[in-house]
Design a protein around this ligand. Sequence first.
Ligand code: HEM
Length: 455
Amino acid sequence: RRRSPKKLPPGSLGIPIVGQSLSFLRALQANTGEQWLEERVRKYGPISKLNLFGASTVFLTGPTANKFLFTNDGTVIANQQPKPIKMILGDRNLTELRGEDHKRVRGAIVSFLKPEVLKKNVVKMDGMVRQHFETQWKGRQEVKVYPLIRALTFDLICSSLFGLEQGVQRERLLDDFHLFTQGMWSVPVNLPFTRFNTGLRASRRIRQLVGDLMVERRAALERGQASPDADLITCFLSVHGEDHAEMITEKEILDNAIVVMFAGHETSSSLITFLIQFLANYPVAYDSVLHEHEEIAKNKAPGEPLTWEDLGRMKYTWRAAMETLRMIPPVFGTFRTAQKDFEYEGYLIPKGWQVFRAASTTHMDDEIFPESRKFDPERFENQGSFPPYSFVPFGGGLRVCPGYEYAKIETLITIHYLVTEFTWKLCCTDEAVTYDPIPMPSQGLLIQLEPKATT
Ligand code: HEM
């Protein structure tokens, strides 16, 4: 029986502006975000209303909801982020753009992240990963994995996509990105020292630095000293229309360079760190990964870099990475906004409301992934066995993550040198996860490290 289309979903909007944001953020920090959402589903069902980050929101869950959100054409539901995300990332960043604007800017980003282009970066990335292990891990008996891997993924993205090489500039940026990321999921109260305010200030500093980079790149292009494929900013500056006018505005270049820098390192550092933790806790999976990499390493001369073809042979390692993404998705959830009043499952979703979905509600559903709490890379041997839109760490549809292949390359190269050059043990076998809002081990994942005899 259909309900009245005028009925709003069940649930409470809580107190204005704050709503359930603080309770939800606290649950994420305590790694109970998933239970927090399960509790809602138990209480209200798969569709409910609440107030997150300053706006009325509808929470939807399940593969059907994922499909609805990912395949919507933008007339009913469109990308429009909560206020804190929009203000920190900038209102012309890809996750805010729609229709032709989204196509135009996404086209330039994808042209840089497609496999044919990335293939050419493998040797450079291989060299950087090796140098990182050489300078940051070798000779140490204990290391904290998360900060080191975060610095590595940031260096990789800065170097391979922005031509921004090591130095003070790059180090300052990394610290600011941490505050920037925290501010994105916050209550939008702009008072000194609120999470939101600190995030905004970090965003302004990052903007200044990337803005200077853009000026440099433009000057190099005008002097004929740069080619469009030199780096992503030069590529943006070189997109011209038929009348030779630049097609991507300076504001768009700035916002999107920053979105790629942010999206390209916070997410993959989380993936690689948890993969290292899982491999330490699951010896069977570790042995299979090790075997795969030893087979590749034994056909290489000392110092010979990995190739694109080698990465293609790391099938089990990528399954282990996907299992990590299933259990701890780096992007906990995503937002859309209703463009007009519409009815969903008999409920009214009013124009202007946010629509929120979380990956974990399908990833940890035992009906879809039997024994969902068990780390079992083998389940990805046959991905066709899951219903469509149930495994969604990279989102889906028109907005599916364009950095999938890049994240895969950096993960596989990093794991290769880690397992072939070191053995490691966790200092704490059950370190908790905290979401801030990107998941990370609460203590940074301290490990004991031993170099292998051959190194
Ligand atoms: C493990 C690593 C990663 C994960 C789990 C991940 C996940 C996601 C998710 C869930 C979305 C949102 C889709 C939506 O709104 O529905 C997204 C979007 C995006 N990601 Fe990633 N991402 C990863 C790595 C990367 C990397 C390495 C880059 C860049 C080099 C990148 C760039 C982007 C961009 C630009 C968008 C916006 C796409 C759009 O709105 O069209 N991501 N990612």
